[in-house]
Design a protein around this ligand. Structure first.
Ligand SMILES: [Fe+2]
Length: 526
């Protein structure tokens, strides 16, 4: 097996910051919104003279503030159509003003529906009113608290994320607590969030105007007064360029690095967070992860590769959070523009995980889960030679698991029917035969994959090696790409030479020769 490279260290703050990028997109904000809120809240806390522990709470509450957004997505979507758009608009409102909320309902509800149905939907939304909003936020907060606990946050942070929708005047949600009953850290974060939002829309003057206007109703007046007094000096935070590094450098107190066990637990939390987005995907991410990892073990990949693949599986659909559940849960065919948005989700996964090296490695494989060997996949549409064995396993596991789950437009397939579809994908050259064989094997199927016939008696794996040699990869790089030992790569190369009749003395010109050979192989396989 390939040498097990030890994973790069991963700080808890890095993982939580990456998660905050997902909640930004899920709530209709640009990525890095929560990072700016975090930095602003910590600096504002400093101006208010908060203590060390509270400073740390502010930091994590700001990053985790919207982590419950997936819990309410389908209910908001059922009412408004696109919950991400609705969340973006709701974030600007003072929800204690009924006319603002009614205005939003009139603008958003049932936009794409015929007039009569739309009128009914608006009436139903008005009748449901604040009670429904309270229920939605209660579900959001319950999930946020639970996820924060599972990420290892202390109680003050887990409680804090349930208080960021409360208001100083007691007209917030979900518990309608007021004044100093709301934790100080949550009060600071609530204001910092709006300050970032309105600064982005209308500059420091615009932010100061809104904060002044809502001081004593939505915000703690002391916190509001402090912000207004220091707004100019705080604006560097809101306009900072490389916010990721700045936020990571600003983590107060000790900076915990995840152990192997806590890395496993936290990536699993990401899986559950993602799957909450739609009732159709319950258990999908962790199911795919475990299936891919078991298949990798069956193919003989080493411990480190298996662990990395499992964790890539946990996070593979993180980008789904950035696409409206109205699209994911649409019972009919998607329009071209809806498809375009769906095709973005592996890209979002990759970008959300791009910054810490440890997560970037997981994200690089995760982002390939919809790629296909014939180049027909997304988001890049890359060919077989660029798809490593872990990526192929993840793709096969994702397809199998998804087929055995219900979707809005179909029932769940029986395992045998799902297996048959996977085999069909192998026959059309879209999924890797070894990966599919391994996935079906660990899923309890006895089906055997018919391998494609290659000239000169070359095996599938040997053709694979040939393609990589043609790309100029070294034996070591090929071993890593294929998840096999370097020595085994050497054996494959020797077998190729034997079968196609090229002596080892021709090695110096191998690269060019194999380009031609590869073309011939592809031609004769058409
Ligand atoms: Fe996906």
């Amino acid at each position: 097996m390939s040498a097990a490279s030890s994973p790069s260290p991963l700080r808890l703050a890095e993982l939580v910051a990456a998660l905050s990028l997902a909640t930004d997109l899920g709530t209709g904000q640009p990525m890095e919104h929560a990072l700016r809120v975090c930095l602003l809240a910590v600096e504002l806390g400093d101006r208010l003279g908060i203590g060390a522990e509270e400073r740390r709470d502010v930091y994590y509450i700001a990053l985790l503030r919207a982590i419950g957004c997936v819990a309410d997505a389908h209910r908001v979507a059922a009412r408004f159509g696109d919950e991400i758009l609705a969340n973006a608009q709701l974030s600007l409102l003072d929800t204690a003003h009924p006319s603002d909320v009614v205005g939003l309902l009139l603008r958003q509800v049932g936009q794409d529906q015929p007039a009569l149905r739309r009128a009914r939907m608006i009436l139903a939304a008005l009748a449901a009113g604040l009670d429904e909003r309270n229920q939605v936020i209660a579900a959001h907060c319950e999930v946020a608290e639970r996820l924060a606990q599972r990420l290892g946050m202390r109680n003050e942070v887990a409680l804090g994320v349930t208080q960021v929708y409360e208001r100083w005047d007691g007209k917030g949600s979900p518990r309608r607590i007021r004044g100093e009953t709301i934790g100080y850290a949550a009060r600071i974060v609530t204001l910092a969030r709006d300050a970032e939002l309105f600064y982005r829309l209308s500059g420091v003057e615009g932010a100061m105007h809104v904060i002044r206007q809502r001081a004593g109703t939505l915000y703690d007046p002391t916190v509001a007064e402090c912000f207004v007094r220091h707004a100019s000096s705080l604006s560097h935070v809101l306009a900072a360029d490389d916010i990721w590094d700045t936020v990571l450098a600003a983590e107060p107190g000790t900076r915990p690095v995840l152990t192997a066990a806590s890395r496993e637990r936290c990536t699993r939390v990401i899986a559950d967070f993602v799957d909450l987005k739609s009732p159709f995907t319950a258990g999908h991410s962790s199911g795919v992860a475990l299936l891919a990892a078991a298949a990798a073990r069956r193919l003989g990949l080493g411990d480190a590769e298996v662990t990395a693949l499992r964790q890539s599986g946990y996070v593979h659909d993180l980008g789904r959070v950035g696409i409206s559940v109205a699209i994911w849960d649409k019972p009919g065919p998607l329009t071209a523009s809806e498809w375009e948005r769906v095709r973005l989700h592996p890209y979002y996964t990759e970008r959300m995980l791009a910054r810490p090296q440890a997560l970037a490695r997981l994200g690089a494989v995760a982002a390939l889960h919809h790629e296909r060997l014939d180049g027909s996949g997304y988001y890049r549409g890359i060919p077989a030679a660029l798809l490593s064995m872990p990526a192929r396993l993840l793709a096969a596991a994702d397809v199998y698991h998804a087929l055995t789950e219900p979707r809005p437009h179909r029932l769940a397939h029986a395992p045998e029917a799902a297996a048959e579809q996977l085999l069909a994908e192998v026959r059309t050259g879209r999924l890797d035969p070894d990966a599919v064989q391994a996935v079906l094997g660990v899923a309890g199927h006895r089906a055997t994959v018919a391998h494609r016939e290659w000239p000169a008696g070359l095996s599938e794996r040997e053709v694979e090696v040939l393609r990589l040699v043609a790309r100029g990869l070294s034996n070591r790089e090929m071993a890593k790409h294929l998840g096999i030992a370097e020595k085994t790569v050497g054996h494959h190369i020797q077998h190729i030479y034997n079968k196609v009749g090229i002596s080892t003395r021709a090695a110096a010109t191998l690269f060019a020769i194999q380009h031609d050979l590869l073309n011939n192989l592809n031609d004769s396989a058409e």
